[in-house]
Design a protein around this ligand. Structure first.
Ligand SMILES: [Zn+2]
Length: 58
């Protein structure tokens, strides 16, 4: 089994983990139905993107 050569101090371990937090998704109001949606994505509520309806396949 691989064993660490040196103990990683709590401060160094925590400093490494400072970048691990999940980013909160960006939400903007849909111009069609005014529900929150992610920018540059088809609206999940009304299925519109750039003023026209888009076929949503999932
Ligand atoms: Zn919408």
């Amino acid at each position: 089994m691989a064993v660490p050569k040196e103990r990683i101090p709590k401060a160094r371990r925590d400093r490494r983990r400072a970048h691990l937090a999940l980013a909160r998704p960006v939400l903007t109001p849909c111009p069609q139905c005014h529900q929150s949606k992610r920018p540059h994505h088809v609206c999940r509520n009304c299925g519109y993107y750039h003023g026209r309806e888009v076929v949503v396949t999932e």
